[in-house]
Design a protein around this ligand. Structure first.
Ligand code: ATP
Ligand code: MG
Length: 391
């Protein structure tokens, strides 16, 4: 294995007491995401090292770019520790795009007889003689890093930016209310970024909603799963509850009450699965059910913490992230969701809690909720199937 990938930890280095736990979690996550690759991993307090063959380098780096908790990815070439090999490799790594350079040697192997500063001069002199580059010790275009270690010498120049954030799972798991829209996948991604792993909850209302709508949600889950590796989707058969609301409650309160039912179900599912928070894609003021007054009345059914990562973002900011993470194209596919199908002409913007309670008590929703939960379908094979073929 002649290639070495060095991984620099992100924000976790500031958390002194938990450092070991963070690093171990990151290592587990990397092992999970690279499980089909050939590599060797090792680590110390400041970095992780992945050795691999040149042939699998691109594929491994591509996967590492989706791992939270990685601050930077550096690809190093390994050569035998002798001056000529090092000189040759250094020249190989330079090109005309660079005008200035600096050499930075680290001598981890003290058996190597030339001191770091002296070796900087040896290599610097060689570069000056063989290229048009000039030295700039303060702000070089290219920093030539040479690490002399017992097992060989590692040479690298550029660093690829990692995703940052915390290792997924370090904060336990939350329940993401995942619809086929733009907002909820982004909310899921942002939660993963802070170390909260996810299960998803999707409410479907067949035959009012189509199998395409469901597959769209599964496709979105499979995209988010690339940042987690652990995602499951719980599909809730929501038809009966929706029909009862439609039959028994005034039009303007349909959405308010429907969302109160969703939260009740989300809370119960979280309780049973020991999930710590509910996460959703609500954004303040986006629609009638997301005014602050609506949020208060809807949130009133649960004491669980509800995290709304996109609550203060503009739609365009949310779209930017959706595009970056690859969910946007799928989210805009035109399949009806249960919310849009039962959408009344004039949903209440400032609902009254007492009225919502009065209206929903006109039918036995608790029995229907229990029935929904008993009949949840769980899908978890996102590793093997990316659901591409379903759309
Ligand atoms: P998105 O908000 O994801 O773009 P949307 O705009 O269709 O989709 P809203 O009506 O704004 O959804 O609902 C707000 C949030 O409620 C969603 O972001 C999602 O978290 C949750 N939600 C809505 N419909 C569903 C559903 N069918 N299944 C699960 N969660 C849902
Ligand atoms: Mg929305």
């Amino acid at each position: 294995m002649d290639r070495l990938i060095m991984i620099k930890y992100g924000e976790l280095t500031t958390k002194k007491a938990n450092r070991k736990m963070f690093i171990n979690m990151l290592e587990n996550n990397i092992n999970k995401i690279l499980k089909n690759e050939k590599y060797e991993i090792s680590k110390d307090r400041v970095r992780m090292y992945i050795k691999c063959d040149s042939s699998s380098l691109d594929s491994i780096v591509k996967k590492l770019k989706k791992v939270f908790g990685i601050h930077g990815i550096v690809i190093a070439d390994k050569v035998n520790t002798n001056i000529d090999s090092i000189k040759e490799k250094v020249l190989e790594k330079l090109d005309d795009n660079y005008k200035t350079f600096k050499v930075n040697t680290k001598r981890a192997d003290k058996k190597f007889e030339i001191h770091s500063m002296d070796f900087n001069r040896v290599i610097g002199g060689h570069v000056l003689k063989n290229t048009n580059l000039k030295v700039d010790v303060h702000n070089p275009d290219v920093l030539i890093n040479i690490e002399i270690r017992p097992e060989g010498t590692f040479i690298y120049t550029n660093e690829i930016k990692g995703l940052g954030g915390y290792p997924v799972g370090i904060q336990g798991k939350g329940l993401l209310m995942l619809s086929g829209g733009i907002d909820s996948p982004v909310a899921g991604y942002l939660s993963l970024k802070r170390g909260v792993d996810l299960e998803c909850l999707y409410f479907e209302s067949p035959p009012h909603t189509s199998v395409e709508a469901k597959n769209k949600v599964l496709k979105l889950a499979s995209i988010i799963n690339e940042y987690s590796g652990n995602i499951k989707v719980n599909i809730v058969p929501f038809t009966k509850i929706q029909e009862e609301i439609y039959k028994n409650c005034p039009d303007s309160y349909i959405i308010t009450i429907m969302r109160r039912m969703m939260y009740r179900i989300a809370e119960e599912v979280s309780r049973r699965k020991n999930l710590k928070v509910i996460i959703n894609g609500e954004s303040i003021g986006q629609v009638a059910s997301q005014t602050l007054t609506s949020m208060i009345v809807i949130n009133n059914v649960t004491n669980m913490p509800v995290i709304r990562p996109v609550s203060c973002m503009d739609k365009l900011e949310i779209i930017d992230i959706a595009t970056k993470i690859g969910t946007y194209e799928t989210s805009i596919l035109p399949y009806e969701d249960c919310c849009t199908i039962f959408l009344p002409k004039h949903p209440v913007i400032n609902p009254d809690l007492a009225k919502a309670i009065l209206y929903e008590n006109s039918f036995d929703y608790q029995t229907l909720i229990n029935e929904c939960i008993e009949n949840i379908e769980v899908i978890s094979n996102f590793e093997e199937d990316n659901f591409e073929n379903y759309l």
